[in-house]
Design a protein around this ligand. Structure first.
Ligand code: URA
Length: 246
């Protein structure tokens, strides 16, 4: 049958990523032509009316891609029930329904991407694209080479072994070390839990790079649009071309 899968349609409307849209559909929040639909494979054809939580959604015509230096004390989500400031609130005058790609903790700062393109978000967060995430942290004390080797090989956390990672001590702040750690997975509070597990808890944490895209000189709270070379830095030239980003 012709048409677009409901899940993909919602992503193209900027509702959420395809995966997150599946949950929204399963939760019975989506109506097609007035009827609740819970099958993400439902085909949407021209003329269908799709509503999420009672509001009509339509595909976003222009895609927006933004990078921001998230300050500490700001939530990396689009909305908060408790009225705390969210990253999306810091982007003024952009007429698009943005959502953040992945998460940084409330008390983590640094590079976060915002977009209204659900497919882009899906690719960046999907493990098969292996987007390496680089963090810098001040940790309590100075880890020995043996401890760093444990992190490099992978350590046991309550949700399983971590994948091999890179870690280096890159400086000192008083009696504490500044480390740089590069991970290819993005589990909840992963850096904090890994450093805690080797006895050097995180004092401050900042994400400085995604793949080869650097945070650079963006001040906390500042943002800018992504340009052609940024997409290449994220995905490599060939994939960025295939995704029609360049
Ligand atoms: N790891 C963490 O512990 N926190 C973050 O915000 C990101 C990675």
């Amino acid at each position: 049958m012709e048409g677009t899968r409901l899940q993909k349609f919602l992503a193209s409307c900027g509702v959420a990523s395809r995966r997150a849209s599946e949950v929204i559909i399963a939760d019975g929040r989506v109506k097609v032509n007035g009827k609740v639909v819970t099958d993400p494979a439902t085909k949407i054809v021209k003329g269908d009316t799709v509503m999420v939580d009672g509001k009509k959604v339509t595909p976003e015509s222009s895609k927006v891609y933004i990078m921001m230096n998230k300050p500490c004390g700001v939530l990396s989500s689009a909305k908060d029930d408790r009225e705390r400031t969210c990253v999306v609130d810091l982007v003024k005058d952009v007429n698009a329904r943005l959502f953040p790609v992945g998460r940084l903790d409330y008390d983590t700062s640094g590079l976060i991407l915002l977009t209204n393109d659900g497919d882009f978000m899906q690719k960046l967060t999907h493990p098969s694209y292996e987007i390496w995430r680089t963090y810098q942290a001040i940790v309590r004390g100075v880890p020995t080479q043996n401890k760093l080797d444990e992190i490099e090989k992978g350590i046991e956390l309550e949700d399983g072994m971590t994948l091999p990672a890179h870690i280096d001590v890159i400086g000192y702040k008083g009696k504490n070390a500044k480390i740089e750690i590069v991970l290819r997975e993005g589990r909840n509070r992963q850096v904090r839990r890994m450093m805690e597990a080797i006895g050097h808890p995180v004092i401050e944490l900042k994400r400085v790079r995604l793949a080869a895209l650097e945070l650079g000189e963006l001040k906390p709270g500042a943002w800018r649009y992504l340009r052609g070379k940024d997409f290449e830095a994220l995905f490599g030239t060939e994939v960025a071309k295939k995704m029609r980003l360049i």
